[in-house]
Write a protein that binds this ligand. Structure first.
Ligand code: ADP
Ligand code: MG
Length: 398
């Protein structure tokens, strides 16, 4: 789960990271009021969306008066901001953060990520802050400093000092840098984050080290033990299909194709997507309905997959190991009686009680296309989708 910049700053500041003074606003009037309340002469208004690259896309504006703030935010509210991280559809702006403008001496890149190869938390830093890490690693790979943390002992002071020296932090500020790094590491581990990124981390004109931007991502599987973090979720920033799935306890990722997939098991779901592509089609989603595919879950899955208007065929691929095919078949039949399905449905069942399962499908009288192997199922799905979309075009041309 991602959170907004202002939320990440609040979280990190509780652990000891220094941040500029700032306040949140839900309207242009409130943004102007926030600036007056805060005082000062110069502010930065920042669109709060779950993506970076806002600066270049017009989502970060420096303002010298409350009138300017009102005008700048009127341009932002309700609009979709498209940055290189949002995809072409962009993300809606419903909140802005009004922050005191800070005099910048130096911009540094600082990131904490989970490195799966070493199975460690890795710190990535660069003296070339302000740029995206992808650009830095392409243009100035030598400027990147890396350190991995040994989990048994945690982030050590000597490692922090080494990073500070490599970044060229002045001796008088090294201790501040150590505190900042340790605060981020504690926030990362204590809150089960998978990413903390501060870009830029700045050295101010008056020698303070401050986070000017902040991004945090959390491990969804650990959110249950951090209610104060899970309540920071902002569904307006998520793919509506994915948030609906998460609410229903299903693991779903929306894609751009037309063949909807209902599969039990993440590995099988990946294999199903690959096979659809091999057969010449494009999957509309990844969906793992889990091991215990009860009729209720199957019905929920159908509703979810069919809520995507791009879906022109649905492939159900179930391998029953612990599960039973007859039970899943009953679920499919029940789901299709409850949910109105106007696209071809292809079902492939394998494993425990497969004959009983096939019998239930055959006797249901429902217009299902049955398949034995995964390849056959994928080919049938592609055929069904192609003939269905041909019929649709024919109807349109008539
Ligand atoms: P993004 O990464 O989405 O573009 P940032 O928060 O990093 O957004 O802001 C972009 C740039 O705007 C920063 O690199 C910094 O130069 C400037 N900036 C952001 N916040 C402030 C601030 N409070 N004071 C001064 N400059 C700022
Ligand atoms: Mg940034």
């Amino acid at each position: 789960m991602d959170i907004h910049e202002y939320q990440a700053k609040e979280v990190l500041s509780k652990f000891g990271v220094l941040i500029p003074q700032g306040a949140l606003a839900y309207s242009p009037e409130q943004a102007a009021y926030r600036a007056r309340e805060m005082g000062g002469e110069r502010w930065v208004v920042k669109a709060q969306i779950h993506a970076g690259g806002r600066g270049k896309a017009g989502g970060v504006k420096v303002c010298d008066s409350d009138v300017e703030i009102q005008e700048a935010t009127e341009e932002m509210f309700g609009k979709k901001l498209v940055t290189h991280q949002t995809g072409p559809e962009g993300k809606g702006i419903y909140r802005v953060y009004v922050e005191a403008a800070v005099p910048i001496d130096r911009e540094i890149y600082l990131g904490f990520v989970l490195d799966r190869t070493s199975q460690r938390v890795m710190i990535v830093a660069s003296a070339e802050g302000g740029m995206e890490i992808e650009e830095i690693s392409a243009e100035r790979p030598d400027s990147i400093v890396r350190a991995t943390v040994e989990p048994a002992v945690g982030l050590q002071e000597f490692q922090c000092r080494e990073i500070a020296f490599k970044l060229g932090i002045e001796a008088s500020m090294v201790q501040q840098m150590v505190r900042t790094l340790q605060a981020c590491y504690r926030a990362f581990t204590e809150l089960d984050a998978t990413m903390v990124e501060i870009n830029p981390l700045i050295v101010t004109g008056d020698n303070r080290i401050m986070a000017l931007d902040a991004k945090m991502t959390f491990d969804d599987n650990a959110l249950f033990r951090h209610p104060q973090i899970s309540e920071l979720r902002d569904k307006s920033q998520e793919d509506p299909r994915e948030s609906r799935a998460a609410d229903r306890g299903l693991s779903y990722v929306g894609l751009d194709g037309n063949i909807g997939c209902i599969v039990n098991g993440a590995g099988l779901a990946m294999a199903t997507m690959d096979t659809i592509k091999l057969a010449g089609g494009e999957p509309a989603n990844f969906l793992d309905i889990g091991g215990g595919a009860t009729p209720e879950r199957v019905a929920k899955a159908f509703r979810l997959v069919l809520s995507d208007s791009n879906v022109q065929a649905v492939l159900v691929n179930i391998f029953a190991g612990i599960n039973r095919c007859d039970w899943v078949a009953e679920g499919v039949v029940q789901a299709l009686r409850e949910v109105e399905v106007d696209v071809p449905v292809i079902v492939r069942l394998a494993g425990t009680n497969v004959e009983e399962g096939q019998k239930i499908l055959a006797e249901s009288g429902l217009p299902l296309i049955r398949a034995t192997t995964l390849m056959e199922a994928a080919e049938r799905a592609v055929e069904a989708w192609q003939s269905d979309s041909k019929q649709r075009t024919d109807v349109r041309t008539v």
